[in-house]
Design a protein around this ligand. Structure first.
Ligand code: PEP
Length: 255
């Protein structure tokens, strides 16, 4: 049984006080909600506020993740953060290969793969994002693109490592646009990801890996998306910046 996992990606939003206040608010709501056992929940603040947020919350109730990291353990890499640094400030998770990093900052599958291996070696839980652009979908290439991203970004993992990875299917055309993949469109890709993992590893691993959907998830569409058999949670951008809308999605993961 895969435990649903809802993560909020705050991107380059909020300041220190509002990051701490939002995380604390979400944590208090989770406590009152009594949902901690049924659903895993995390927030991913800007890296400069990770320490403050991780210190403010009970991380056994609300997890904390980073939005990116660098694969090298230390050295002359100006502006970068290592996996050990993220662990040191209280991160349990790291988002890797988000489409904004792939498409705006030029991150390749090979770079994502290096980061993934470093994150796993350090003991972080990686959330690895894959997803097609609109032209790729319209050209009928969605599954081909996802397979290429999977084999590049997730190459060379042992079965044991693969079982600890979280995958986020995020169609690029649905991120921050208000357009959402239909539950059927999302389910088709999630099912295909399980087939890929069954081929590369085995059925047991394919069935154990959690696959989040991301792309304009909000309380009003979360139930239909999360109700699909192969959708195990959500990676939420815009709707995670407000406690009630984020909790409205968490609520659908439990129910
Ligand atoms: C995201 O940034 O991963 C995301 C899915 O954003 P939004 O929910 O705003 O589309």
């Amino acid at each position: 049984m895969r435990r649903p996992f809802i993560a909020g990606n705050w991107k380059m939003n909020l300041d220190r006080n509002s990051s701490v206040a939002l995380a604390t608010n979400i944590m208090e709501k989770l406590k009152a909600f009594g949902a901690a056992q049924d659903v895993e929940v995390a927030v991913c603040p800007a890296s400069c506020y990770l320490d403050a947020v991780a210190t403010a919350v009970d991380r056994s109730i609300l997890g904390v993740g980073a939005q990116n990291m660098y694969h090298e353990p230390k050295g002359a890499f100006t502006g970068e953060l290592s996996a050990a640094m993220l662990l040191d400030v209280g991160c349990q998770y790291v988002i890797l290969g988000h489409s904004e990093r792939r498409h705006i900052l030029g991150e390749t599958d090979a770079a994502v793969n290096q980061k993934l291996k470093a994150a796993l070696a350090a003991g972080l839980v990686p959330i690895v994002c894959v997803g097609e652009t609109l032209p790729q979908r319209e050209a009928g290439k969605t599954l081909e693109v996802i397979r290429t991203q999977f084999s590049g970004s997730l190459a060379g993992l042992t079965g044991e490592q693969m079982a600890t990875v979280v995958i986020a299917y995020e169609p690029v055309w649905a991120i921050g646009t208000g357009k959402t993949a239909s539950p059927e469109q999302a389910e088709e890709v999630h099912l295909d990801l399980r087939k890929i993992m069954a081929d590369c590893y085995n059925n047991q691993i394919a069935e154990s890996v959690r696959i989040q959907y991301g792309g304009s998830v909000k309380p009003s569409n979360a139930a239909d998306l999360l109700g699909q058999p192969n959708i195990d949670g959500a990676l939420v951008g815009g709707a995670s910046l407000e406690a009630d809308s984020f909790m409205g999605i968490v609520d659908k993961a439990v129910g």
